[in-house]
Write a protein that binds this ligand. Structure first.
Ligand SMILES: Cc1ncc(COP(=O)(O)O)c(C=O)c1O
Length: 301
């Protein structure tokens, strides 16, 4: 499977024209930033591999994308999670449900007799006993991710050059920071603006250093000063999701995107950029996760 260049459309946000790179529309089964990160595994031949091992949350976008990848490649998938909430186990939804349908073997650490953390357990007790496996770190935070993200960068560069946009800024939220960092590294001419949705700015900076010691490759981190805890429900997130949906007809996801748009709004207000600046927001998919998030939000607000 080869996917095509994702489309770019534009919206108005606070009277500013913003382009959207619709990576959520990349491919029906294989989209968003996980598709970019796992592209390396998708298109290369791994003759000896019969199984892929990953870990993360039972509702993670990566679980869904992993399961699609494994199915396409005819690999088994063992995906380790710290726990599975009992209501999800009984009523599978979203990423968890689709992964089960794709044949993923989802292993809860609750069912394993160990005091070790998931990653240590996989490294010390699982991998040494497995042959012909590929192990992919949580959220696809690995060097291989650069392969697909550099293709995204190339698509952006070609588009910007065709439009003669020299002062382009690229906006996207970060979790592990892998996507934002590899974009900045592969697009040195343009500035990448991001925000830390997981673990705060210090954590994100640390992640950047792990992937590249050269600070030239580090995106700029936006911050409104408000601390958010990943996965918690915030009224302003839900309001931002609804505002964007009703004004643009585009659905964004609820864990990362609202925080990026809140930060971006503040950045636009400060007008600390030239009038020739063009903005491109990367829609990184993850909409399957909205099924459970929307239920939680509707219950709470
Ligand atoms: C929808 C969405 N946005 C943003 C991110 C953050 O990406 P990264 O971990 O590369 O910073 C993720 C990641 O997992 C995601 O699923």
């Amino acid at each position: 499977m080869k996917y095509i260049n994702s489309p770019i459309s534009d919206i108005k946000f606070d009277d500013q024209q913003i382009y959207l790179k619709r990576d959520d529309l990349l491919h029906i089964d294989f989209s968003g930033n996980k598709a970019r990160k796992f592209y390396y595994y998708l298109i290369n031949e791994f003759k000896d591999i019969t199984k892929v091992i990953g870990y993360g949350s039972a509702q993670a976008n990566s679980l869904h994308t992993f399961s699609v990848l494994a199915k396409l490649k005819n690999w088994k998938l063992d995906f380790y999670v710290d726990h599975i909430a009992s209501y999800i186990k009984d009523n599978p939804e979203g990423n968890y449900k689709s992964a089960l349908e794709n044949g993923a073997n989802i292993i809860s650490m609750q069912d394993i007799q160990t005091n070790k953390k998931t990653l240590d357990y996989i490294k010390e007790d699982v991998l040494p006993n497995e042959k012909n496996v590929a192990f992919v770190p949580e959220g696809g935070r690995c060097k291989e991710a650069e392969y697909g993200i550099s293709i995204l960068a190339e698509e952006i560069k070609t588009w910007a050059e065709e439009k003669s946009y020299d002062e382009l800024k690229i906006v996207l939220p970060s979790g592990t920071g892998t996507t934002a960092l590899f974009l900045q590294k592969n697009l040195p001419k343009y500035e990448v603006l991001t925000c830390a949705c997981v673990g705060g700015d210090d954590y994100l900076k640390k992640q950047f250093f792990e992937l590249s010691k050269d600070e030239k490759n580090h995106p700029r981190i936006l911050n409104t000063g408000k601390k958010y805890h990943f996965g918690k429900l915030y009224k302003e997130f839900y309001e931002m999701y609804n505002e964007l949906y009703s004004s643009t007809n585009v659905e964004f996801e609820l864990l990362y995107d609202p925080q990026a748009w809140i930060n971006f709004r503040e950045y636009l207000k400060n007008k600390d950029f030239s009038s020739n600046t063009q903005f491109l927001y990367i829609h990184q998919g993850g909409l399957l996760g909205n099924i459970t998030m929307l239920k939680r939000y509707r219950r709470k607000f």
